[in-house]
Write a new protein. Structure first.
Length: 256
């Protein structure tokens, strides 16, 4: 009897091995130069090999997840063309974007001091940076395709990927590390799971609902799932409409 049980056990382990992949929905996602140019005509297509190389590792493995990731990066990096945050602002724009800037007069003073003065002021006391009297705000300004910002986030990238961007922040401007850091942030902050929640209303790619006249609504504020995803990267939810449109256009290209 014991021998029979051993044989049965061996049979079950041989033919019914648990497969982790079977518990994760995986879709074939085509990411091509043509799709990049169709959705974002000025996009940098040189990043595509790095995206394809690391997508599986960071579980960006469905059309929804890839469309959401690319759409977010299109916004944050101007189509993968910018890997470091531009801190050149007009005084009025600086005042409008950063709540820590009290008024136009202060904005004018900061702008006169240049990019380093602006970054050290607006970021110096947040995101793990060590004060406005250090250069942390400037050194750890937004980098990579998703604009990782602040010493605490740079430390998280270093701990997770091994890229020493704490001592060498400029490493995140290198093409491959640019994508690795963006995907690492995306996965660690559960953006994949949030992307999964985005409902597609009809035709396999549309988020927006139809209005009373049967036309697509132009308002993405009807999608709390998309809003929650955007707020992971940009707490003020700036660029929501662009995110939604890029997402829909990418999904349309993926399902075509």
């Amino acid at each position: 009897m014991l021998c029979l049980l051993n044989i049965l056990g061996h049979f079950l382990l041989t033919f019914f091995k648990p497969n982790r992949a079977s518990f994760t929905m995986v879709e074939a996602v085509k990411v091509t130069k043509e799709i990049f140019k169709e959705v974002y005509p000025i996009a940098n297509t040189d990043v595509i090999p790095h995206i394809l190389k690391y997508a599986a590792k960071y579980e960006i493995n469905t059309k929804k997840r890839m469309a959401a990731f690319l759409a977010m990066c299109f916004i944050e990096s101007t189509g993968f063309r910018r890997s470091v945050e531009n801190m050149k602002y007009s005084p009025s724009r600086l005042r409008d974007i950063f709540s820590s800037v009290k008024d136009l007069a202060q904005a004018q003073q900061l702008c006169a001091g240049g990019e380093k003065a602006i970054a050290n002021y607006v970021y110096g006391n947040i995101l793990g940076n060590r004060g406005r009297d250090t250069d942390d705000g400037y050194n750890y300004r937004g980098r990579c395709a998703i604009q990782v910002t602040g010493l605490s986030n740079y430390k998280a990238v270093k701990d997770s990927t091994g890229i020493d961007c704490v001592n060498h922040p400029e490493l995140l401007e290198q093409p491959e590390y640019n994508i690795i850091a963006a995907m690492d942030f995306w996965k660690r902050n559960r953006c994949n799971e949030q992307a999964d929640k985005i409902p597609l209303v009809f035709n396999g790619y549309t988020i927006r609902k139809l209005d009373k006249n049967g036309n697509l609504s132009q308002d993405f504020r009807d999608s709390p799932e998309l809003i929650s995803l955007r707020k992971i990267v940009n707490k003020k939810c700036l660029g929501l409409t662009d995110l939604g449109l890029h997402f829909e256009n990418l999904m349309k290209a993926f399902v075509a």
